[in-house]
Design a protein. Sequence first.
Length: 113
Amino acid sequence: MAYKKAALALIIVLSTAVMGMGSILPHSKVALDKEIGPNEVKGKVLSVQINVFRRGTLVVESNRTRKTYTFYVGRRTIYYPRRYPNIGETVKVQYINDRGFLKAVRVEIVQGP
């Protein structure tokens, strides 16, 4: 009877350890597939289309995931330094997801990749 209790305790300990390892390992793999922040992307500018009313789109290819993002820019978008980015420059974009549309809040032009 005592060996049944010991076997049950061993099964519980092993299953808890396996579940703990399973929850640790996928996080390390997922961390490589994510961007630099929850609502931040750093990458290369592929396209800039801004009209006279300061509204338009900014297409950025992420440095980490190579995914292409289309950001909507407008009058409230803040640029640092105070100019529009050129094609090929590296930018860091902070954005919000407004009903499925990615709206850029801040666009920072950074030096290098």
